[in-house]
Each structure stands twice: as C-alpha cells, then as structure tokens.
Design a protein. Structure first.
Length: 188
C-alpha cells in the first residue's frame, strides 16, 4: 500500500534539497552510524534513506545493493508519517505491506524499524532504518538507540550543509578579495 504524502510535502522536499545530499558519494561517518544501527538492533540490513518526490535514496546501506528504490513501495514513506520510531514486527501480518514486492521477493522483508530523520523545523526527510528477513521485535533500549542514532544522522546532515554553505561563502569572499586586489594593483 502506497503511503499518503505528508501535509507539508512541498516544504519537506525543499528542506531536503537545501541539504544538497541527494546522489552524493558514500561517506564514512554515515556508514559508521548505519553499521552501528545494524549491530545494536542485530539486523542484517540497515539504511539511511532520504525520501525524494518519487524515490527513496540510500545515503548509506548495509547489505543492500541498489542505491535507491521507488517511494511507492517504501516502508520509510510510512515511517515519516509517524511521530517517532515506526516498527513493523511482521510485514506479512500488516495489510500495508503483505503484498509489497520487497516482502514477497528479494530482500524478503519481514521486520522493519525506522526512526525519522527530523530537522529542527520538524521536516522528516527520511529514516535510519533496520530490516530483517524474519519477524521480530526490538527492545525499548534498541528503539531508544535507533532514535539516538537517527538524531546523530541529522546532526551530520545539518553540519554537512553548514560546511557547504560556509565553503561557498568563503570562496565568494576570496574571489571578491582577488577582484579588489586586481583593481587596486591596476590603479597603481
């Protein structure tokens, strides 16, 4: 079942695009958090997903080959509609997912838990999620850890965005200084 769009979808997409993160290369800091989530939750699969208008793109992935998939079949599209972590103990028992192609064929998802990646303004850009091929539950401690790790992913995303903005500003300032220096030298 396809998830409905959030009420703030246009503003959410703009917040995502401002980060300039989509389609970037893998980064060790994100990969470390993804591996840590898989380890803590004892799952074979973990992802950092970002939900674009028609796809979910994976900034980081453990045991998943494709870099993206359709948003229409995304568990994460459902997760961003929740106020906190979203857990599906057995996808075959959940009417939203029992006919999902990711459940009925590879990677044969049975268990999903995702914690939204939420900006300070409240926009849910995607999730840090863990997935298993067998039904299961997470302990309260594992859910709390997943939430904490998703907050760290957001911190990294926001710091990355601020560094990018500062770098552009510095480059513009250096360019203006060189132009000013050239004009001063021309006046001599």
């Amino acid at each position: 079942m396809k998830a409905p769009l959030p009420e703030n979808e246009a503003a959410r997409l703009e917040a995502l695009r401002q980060l300039k993160i989509l389609d970037t290369e893998p980064e060790a800091a994100f990969d470390d958090l993804t591996r840590l989530a898989a380890y803590i939750c004892k799952t074979p699969i973990a992802l950092i997903t970002l939900l674009d208008s028609d796809r979910q793109w994976f900034k980081s992935r453990v045991e998943v080959t494709p870099a993206e998939s359709s948003r229409d079949v995304s568990f994460c599209a459902h997760a961003i509609l929740q106020p906190g972590p979203f857990v599906v103990p057995d996808a075959l028992d959940d009417e939203r997912f029992r006919t999902n192609p990711f459940v009925t064929s590879e990677p044969n998802i049975r268990f999903y838990a995702g914690s939204p990646l939420t900006t300070d303004e409240g926009f849910k850009l995607g999730t840090l999620c863990v997935i298993d091929r067998t039904p299961r539950e997470l302990s309260q401690g594992q859910i709390a850890a997943l939430r904490t790790l998703s907050q760290q992913v957001m911190t990294l995303l926001e710091m990355r965005g601020k560094i990018s903005t500062l770098t552009r500003s510095l480059e513009e300032s250096q360019k203006k200084c060189k132009e000013l220096e050239a004009r001063l030298n021309a006046q001599k």
